[in-house]
Each structure stands twice: as structure tokens, then as C-alpha cells.
Design a protein around this ligand. Structure first.
Ligand SMILES: [Zn+2]
Ligand SMILES: [Zn+2]
Length: 231
């Protein structure tokens, strides 16, 4: 049985995402895909092309487990955690993204859609610290914002509210920092200079992105010129 068929069957059997991930060694982006339950084989093939190495699935499950453990005391008051993706690359370890989309929650209040994102490469290279620092760091952003939803003032990203949330989540004091000091792999460092041929805006990208930019035209959305790789 092909992987695509196997995934389809698991979806039809009503298995959840975590179960499917643990059975089929496939890509993380497919979590989103499972959710939307797209049917096209073209999409299945696209999803399966980006394979992750073995050990990725246990890593994801570990991060999710730690995430849920930290969040447990707040579960009742603030509800389940938002969608968690593992699609961050480069030097960013974790991120909370508030999308501009609004949706009506069950209590008919306008709620911002939140997405929690993590960088698997940095998690793999710095596992202990990642679980004890990055995971609660991002959760603290969500907690601080949730607690201060009714204040009209904007909650500063790493201000007092955030620090209090870090402490309440049980983070060790020395781990409450704005940023991490993980070594970022050379291949994902933004080091290749590129320039818009029209307005001459400079942009630094990772070697992998530079390679893609050499093959496909990459437009500068501001001026519709295109970026040239400068090395
Ligand atoms: Zn932060
Ligand atoms: Zn331009």
C-alpha cells in the first residue's frame, strides 16, 4: 500500500492526527492537511515529497507533551492550546502568531486566531533547553495576552505581564530571557545578499533560499522588480 493510500485509510477510519503521524513517517505540514482532509492525490504527493528524517515524529510528540504539561494548570480557565505547527526555520526557535483572521468563539465573542510555531532543527540540537525555555516562553506569550485581553493598552511582548506568566508557568528564573543563544546551523543562516533589480532594496537570505531564488524569479512585492542573488 502506498503512503498516500495508507493515510487516506487512516483518515477514513477516523484516526486522529497524532496517531496518523506515529504510524506514517511523513511530513509535518501534513498535519494541516489531515485536518482539512483534502482528497486530491496531487496534494498527497506534494505532502509526501517533503519527508522528514526518522526521529521527527517522536520529537514532535515530546514537544507537544511538554507543551501540554506546562499548560495543564491553565487549561480550565483559558481552554485548549491553539494549532501548533513545526514549520519555523532559521534562527527563530519559537513564535506565537496572531492571524488577522477573526472568528466567533462558542461564547459569541470575537477571538483572534492564534498559532503556535516551533523550529524543529533548533529543538533537536538543544532539546533540554528547548523544552525548558522555548516551549514555556511561547506559552507565556499566550497566557499574558489571554489574561490581559480586556485591557485596552497593548501588552508589551517581553514586559512585566509576560515575566509573570513565565513564573506562573514554573520556568526557572535563569531561563526567562527574551531570546535563546542556540547555535544556528550555517545552512539556515541568512547570509546571502540579494538585491531588488528595480528599487535596489537589499535582502539577506539563507543559502537554501538563494538557491531557489536562482531558479525561480522572486518578486519584490513593493515594486514588482525581482531580486537578484549577489554572490
Ligand atoms: Zn518572546
Ligand atoms: Zn523593489
Amino acid at each position: 500500500m502506498t503512503k498516500g493510500k495508507q493515510i487516506k485509510q487512516l483518515i477514513q477510519e477516523g484516526k486522529d492526527n497524532t496517531y496518523i503521524l506515529s504510524k506514517v513517517d511523513t511530513t509535518l505540514n501534513s498535519i494541516r492537511w489531515y485536518r482539512s482532509q483534502m482528497k486530491s492525490d496531487k496534494i498527497i504527493n506534494k505532502v509526501l515529497k517533503h519527508k522528514f528524517d526518522q526521529g521527527t515524529v517522536p520529537l514532535i510528540l515530546k514537544i507537544k507533551e511538554v507543551r501540554d504539561k506546562f499548560w495543564k494548570p491553565f487549561l480550565e480557565e483559558f481552554g485548549v492550546l491553539p494549532e501548533t505547527r513545526f514549520d519555523l526555520k532559521g534562527g527563530t526557535a519559537g513564535q506565537v502568531r496572531y492571524t488577522t483572521k477573526f472568528f466567533l468563539s462558542s461564547n459569541m465573542r470575537m477571538t483572534k486566531a492564534i498559532c503556535l510555531r516551533f523550529n524543529l532543527q533548533l529543538a533537536k540540537d538543544n532539546l533540554t533547553d528547548f523544552l525548558a525555555r522555548t516551549v514555556p516562553h511561547e506559552l507565556a506569550h499566550i497566557l499574558a495576552n489571554a489574561r490581559n485581553m480586556k485591557t485596552t493598552r497593548k501588552v508589551p511582548p517581553h514586559g512585566l505581564e509576560w515575566r509573570k506568566a513565565c513564573k506562573d508557568l514554573g520556568m526557572a528564573i535563569h531561563r526567562i530571557t527574551r531570546c535563546h543563544d542556540y547555535e544556528v546551523p550555517k545552512t539556515s543562516r541568512k547570509s546571502v545578499p540579494t538585491e531588488c533589480e528595480y528599487c535596489h532594496k537589499k535582502m539577506y537570505v539563507s543559502p537554501a533560499k538563494a538557491e531557489r531564488m536562482r531558479q525561480d524569479k522572486y518578486y519584490h512585492t513593493n515594486c514588482m522588480g525581482f531580486f537578484e542573488v549577489l554572490d
